[in-house]
Design a protein around this ligand. Structure first.
Ligand code: WT7
Length: 645
């Protein structure tokens, strides 16, 4: 923990939406005391076809949550038509920066609307109706947000699957929500990779997805790909034929907007479902307040749209606010480590939002890459995805922000839809590594093991939230029971986040990380059970247990303990087989960094793996293995310690 305090500069505060702590507390208290009045007021920021009957209705025991019930609206109308109708059609909505530094394009709000209407008609022509699921498996190309907004326009539910996921992962997700259409691209480019086999993966996945009727393919690279007659369709062919106008479907506030799969503590991914009204209100409001967004600011969130950060803070939040938003196809180290700063310079970015893992990777390459570019347009910096440590926070603040830009460390989750704990940049004094204080309307609590609220400051516990906010997910697709069990039953009466946190003497929150079997690798959330399942399928493997260990760049690295079948010797082929199987089953981002072969795993007499011991071994902290007497076979410890990598 750091005791340093960084207050916003007078210059920043003067123009900020919230410029004093008194003002923050005043609004915060009001939002907690009378949430219905508060959110009813906030909800006016978006366009409703019909106003809601009731602002909020919820029951955390049954896990039933509704916001703005009775209200009707359309998300795509709110992100596009509304701005065009107000005379801002020529304003830039999206700046797309290609993987190749010489390629970038812009789309105005009118241009996006034109494309979205056409693609909405393409989907309709393919038989997509309100409530149907459409899977999007793409890299960071403009057609991705266009397809999302088109789904939203006709009331179809999009399910974006991150472009690095394997064919197997894609298939599992398509089948879980029985998607009717899959949208993908021929191949993808990202950094030095120029042949990411998107369509080929899609073909492998759809070999066993009976619900898929058509595959729409964007021509991104022109690579020759397999095409299945009657089923596969080129995006550009259909767009040429499509009618130019498509009226937005009138949706209920609680109609689903999208599903986004995320990892939990079991092997099966969870289809987090977000609905229309509350999500749009929450993402647009937080985007404006947390990033202190002002008209014409150039805003860049470096996340991939395949994760929630991209959904909420590249697409829906910014576009509902008529922001100018940058979307980047590439990676921070291509063609070199200066790429991020070159883009900031090139597009004159004012607000920059990234992940600590990217900062760590760039920081270690030295300041020359930074100094080569003019970063004077930057006004505000943000981070998300994992706890940020003091060294990278200070580097970000001093070197990138030149000690004049507030750093908003935003804590939230796929499930929360938007940011819950965060500084407000014009008012909150910052402490490096702390996400600081709750956003308006959010009541965080720390709970003990037995689910009791821990009062006062200088305490720590499980982080939970007392009451819903408009952006909270409504269910897990097709599995409301799991939704209730995962989030509302461990600590009845609260939304359980799965994170641990402490609250310091000033009431600031410090997120310490997951308390469940979920890893955070380079800001990517992966369940240990998923990785173990993948390893378990590899040749020769009997059993595996995966834990996280501290990793300089990734935050957490993946350490796998593997036992082999009797008679199988650990060698390079077995190792390679494991890495290949994990890549095939999940994707390259889930590959173990370290594999330790061991004659056995440490288990209790009831057969439960004692991960605490494995964690200590992976951290090289053998002095603190703790009590090992409850192990069925305590002698295994020596072998585990000797085999450390
Ligand atoms: C988990 C959620 C929400 C966008 C990206 C990740 C961790 C997220 C922070 C932060 C410390 C953070 C938590 C959380 N996390 N932001 N600012 N400080 N930890 O979304 O994949 O759903 O992961 O990421 O552990 O539970 P996600």
């Amino acid at each position: 923990m750091s005791d340093k305090l960084f207050s916003p500069s007078k210059e920043f505060s003067r123009k900020a939406r919230i410029s004093q702590m008194e003002r923050y507390w005043e609004i915060y208290n009001r939002s907690i005391k009378n949430p219905e009045a508060f959110w009813g007021e906030v909800a006016k920021r978006i366009n409703w076809v019909k106003k809601w009957d009731k602002v909020r209705e919820y029951d955390f025991v049954e896990a039933k949550i509704k916001w703005f019930e009775g209200g009707t609206l359309n998300a795509s109308f709110n992100c596009l038509d509304r701005h065009v109708e107000a005379g801002f059609g020529d304003q830039i909505a999206l700046i797309w920066e290609g993987n190749d530094p010489s390629k970038s394009t812009t789309f105005t709000y009118a241009q996006l609307l034109e494309k979205v209407q056409k693609f909405s008609n393409v989907l309709k022509n393919l038989g997509v109706k309100k409530g149907d699921r459409v899977c999007l498996y793409m890299q960071m190309i403009p057609e991705l947000p266009i397809a999302m907004l088109s789904c939203a326009r006709i009331g179809a539910i999009h399910s974006v699957v991150f472009g690095a996921f394997s064919a197997d992962s894609l298939r599992e997700r398509i089948n879980d929500s029985t998607c009717k259409i899959l949208i993908t691209q021929d191949t993808g480019v990202r950094g030095i990779k120029n042949d990411i086999p998107m369509k080929a993966n899609a073909d492998k996945a759809t070999a066993k997805t009976p619900s898929i009727k058509h595959v729409v393919v964007v021509k991104r690279t022109g690579e020759i790909v397999n095409f299945e007659e009657n089923r596969d369709i080129w995006w550009h062919d259909e767009m040429e034929k499509a009618e130019p106008k498509c009226e937005p479907e009138i949706m209920g506030a609680e109609d689903p907007l999208f599903i986004l799969y995320t990892s939990g503590s079991t092997g099966k991914p969870k289809g987090v479902l977000h609905t229309t009204g509350g999500y749009l209100v929450y993402t647009s409001y937080t985007h404006e307040m947390v990033f202190d967004y002002h008209e014409n600011d150039i805003y860049w969130c470096t996340a991939d749209i395949g994760w929630i950060t991209g959904h909420s803070y590249i697409v829906y939040g910014p576009m509902a606010n008529r922001a100018v938003t940058v979307m980047f196809e590439g990676v921070p180290n291509y063609p070199d480590y200066g790429r991020f700063w070159e883009i900031v310079d090139k597009h004159k970015v004012n607000i920059f939002y990234t992940a600590p893992t990217a900062l760590r990777a760039l920081m270690k390459e030295g300041d020359d890459w930074v100094n080569r570019n003019n970063l004077s347009t930057l006004r505000l910096l943000g981070t998300v995805g994992e706890p940020i440590k003091e060294p990278e926070w200070l580097w970000y603040y001093n070197k990138i922000g030149k000690s004049k830009c507030p750093v908003v460390d935003t804590w939230w989750q796929t499930e929360t839809g938007g940011i819950l704990i965060t500084p407000l940049p014009g008012s909150t004094p910052l402490k490096p590594g702390s996400a600081t204080l709750p956003f308006f309307g959010i009541e965080p609590v720390l709970l003990s093991e037995d689910g009791k609220e821990i009062d006062g400051n200088n305490v720590s516990g499980f982080l939970a939230i007392k009451a819903p906010w408009p952006g909270i997910m409504r269910t897990l697709y097709g599995d409301h029971k799991r939704f209730r069990n995962t989030y509302f039953s461990q600590c009845p009466g609260y939304y359980f986040t799965g994170d641990g946190a402490s609250r310091d003497e000033d009431g600031y929150y410090w997120i310490t990380g997951r308390v469940d079997d979920v890893l955070n690798v380079s800001g990517h959330r992966i369940g240990t059970a998923e990785i173990e399942g993948g390893i378990g399928k590899a040749n020769g493997v009997a059993e595996a247990a995966v834990v996280a260990y501290p990793h300089d760049i990734k935050g957490q690295g993946i350490y796998a303990f593997v036992t082999l079948m009797t008679g199988v010797q650990p060698d390079e082929a077995i190792r390679r087989g494991i890495l290949e199987m994990v890549t095939k089953e999940i994707g390259p981002h889930a590959k173990p960094d370290k594999i330790q072969f061991t004659p056995a795993l440490p288990k209790t007499r009831s057969g439960k793996i004692m991960r605490r011991i494995l964690r200590k071994i992976s951290e090289n902290d053998i002095e603190h293995l703790g009590d090992t007497s409850t192990l069925a076979d305590p002698s295994i410890i020596d072998a585990l310690v000797d085999g450390r990598i």
